[in-house]
Design a protein around this ligand. Structure first.
Ligand SMILES: NC(=O)c1ccc[n+]([C@@H]2O[C@H](COP(=O)([O-])OP(=O)(O)OC[C@H]3O[C@@H](n4cnc5c(N)ncnc54)[C@H](OP(=O)(O)O)[C@@H]3O)[C@@H](O)[C@H]2O)c1
Length: 310
C-alpha cells in the first residue's frame, strides 16, 4: 500500500500524510554518521514520503540533505525556516533559541539554505519560533520573504506558529502553510489546526509522536535539556490517562502516530527520527491510516480527564 496523500492547503501540493522532520540529523558528524544519514534520507524517499522539513538551526541537517538528496530534488517538497541566525551560533534566551527576523537576516538565511541544500529554490520557507505579528511587521520580515518569492528562491511562505500568536498569524492572510505542535499528549492546538485549514492554509504538524516520550526504547539520557521536562510530562500524562489499557497489542508509537493522523485537518506530520528502524515502523504505521474513531475518542476523553485532574 502506498503512502496516503492530501493537498497541503492552497499550495495544491499533494503531500504524504507522513512527512519527515530532519532535526534529528543535527549532530550527524563524522564518516559513520554521514553514511547512516545517506541511507536514512534515501529510505525516506524510497518509502514514498514526499515532504522534508529542516532548518538552519538544525546543525548539519541542511548540509546532509543537500549532499545526499540534491540529485533527487524533484522527488520532494523541501521546507526550511528563516529567522535563524546567520554567521554565529544562537544562544538560548528565556528558554528560547535566539532569532533575528530583520529583512537582511531573512535574505542571508534563505541564501545560505539554498547553498547548503544545493538547490535553487525552497518549496516553503517558514518563519521560525513564532514571533509576534507586531515584531514581524516592525522588522519587514514578510516583505523580505515576498521579495525572495518574486526572485523564485522560495515558492510558498509559512509560519512555525504557536498559541497565543497563532490567531494573529492566521489573520495576517499571507501564510500558505502553518507548522504547529500536536499529538495525543499535546492537544492544545487541536482546534487551531482546523482554523488554519479553514483559512485555506496547509497544516504541518510537528511533535506528532511527542518526541518518542512513551517509546519503550526512549533514551532519556540523550534528550537535550530543552526537551527533558516535556518528555517527562508527556510520559506522566500517558500513564495517568491509562492509555496502555487501550493498546490491545498496538505498539505505543504506532498508537501515537495513528492518533495524530486522525486529525481531519492535519495535512502532514513530520515525524523526526535518526534511526532507520524507527522510520520503517513509522512508515508501516502510517500506511494503516488513522486509529478507529471510537478508540481515538476514548483516548481523547481519558487524556482530557487526566489533564483536568492535575
Ligand atoms: N518549528 C519548530 O519550532 C520545530 C520544533 C521542533 C521540531 N520541529 C520539526 O518537527 C520535526 C519533528 O518534531 P520533533 O522531533 O519535535 O517531534 P516528534 O516527531 O514527535 O519526535 C521525534 C522523536 O521521536 C523519536 N521517534 C520517532 N519515531 C520513533 C519510533 N518509531 N520509536 C521510538 N522513537 C521514535 C525520535 O528519536 P529517534 O531518533 O531515536 O528515532 C525523535 O527523537 C523535527 O524533526 C523538525 O523538523 C520544528
Amino acid at each position: 500500500m502506498s503512502q496516503q496523500k492530501n493537498p497541503l492547503g492552497r499550495t495544491g501540493f499533494e503531500t504524504t500524510r507522513l512527512g519527515f522532520g530532519a532535526m534529528e540529523l543535527a549532530g550527524s558528524a563524522g564518516a559513520t554518521a554521514d553514511k547512516a544519514a545517506n541511507r536514512l534520507l534515501g529510505s525516506v524517499l524510497d518509502s514514498g514520503i514526499n515532504l522534508i522539513d529542516t532548518a538552519p538551526d538544525y546543525g548539519l541537517s541542511e548540509e546532509l540533505i543537500g549532499k545526499h538528496l540534491s540529485h533527487r530534488r524533484q522527488e520532494f517538497f523541501l521546507a526550511s525556516k528563516c529567522g535563524c541566525l546567520v554567521g554565529r551560533e544562537p544562544a538560548f534566551k528565556d528558554g528560547k533559541l535566539e532569532h533575528d527576523f530583520s529583512a537582511e537576516n531573512i535574505r542571508a538565511g534563505v541564501e545560505q539554505s539554498l547553498r547548503r541544500l544545493k538547490t535553487d529554490h525552497l518549496d516553503l520557507v517558514q518563519i521560525h519560533s513564532s514571533p509576534s505579528r507586531a515584531l514581524v511587521e516592525e522588522q519587514g520580515t514578510v516583505e523580505a520573504m515576498i521579495e525572495l518569492r518574486k526572485e523564485g528562491k522560495v515558492r510558498f511562505l509559512g509560519m512555525s506558529s504557536v498559541l497565543p500568536d497563532l490567531a494573529d498569524h492566521i489573520e495576517m492572510g499571507v501564510f500558505d502553510v502553518f507548522q504547529l505542535p500536536y499529538s495525543a499528549l499535546q492537544p492544545e492546538h487541536e482546534a487551531m489546526i482546523t482554523r488554519a485549514a479553514e483559512a485555506g492554509a496547509g497544516t504541518i504538524v510537528r511533535g506528532g509522536v511527542a518526541r518518542g516520550a512513551t517509546a519503550p526504547d526512549h533514551d532519556d539520557e540523550k534528550d537535550h535539556d530543552f526537551w527533558r521536562g516535556f518528555v517527562r510530562d508527556r510520559r506522566d500524562l500517558w500513564t495517568r490517562a491509562g492509555l496502555d489499557d487501550l493498546l490491545e497489542g498496538l505498539p505505543r508509537m504506532e498508537f501515537m502516530l495513528r492518533f495524530a493522523l486522525g486529525h481531519p485537518d492535519l495535512h502532514t506530520t513530520i515525524v523526526g527520527t535518526a534511526k532507520s528502524e524507527h522510520l520503517a515502523s513509522n512508515v508501516a504505521a502510517a500506511r494503516k491510516g488513522p486509529l478507529p474513531e471510537a478508540l481515538r475518542s476514548e483516548a481523547r476523553r481519558r487524556i482530557a480527564a487526566a489533564a483536568r485532574a492535575r
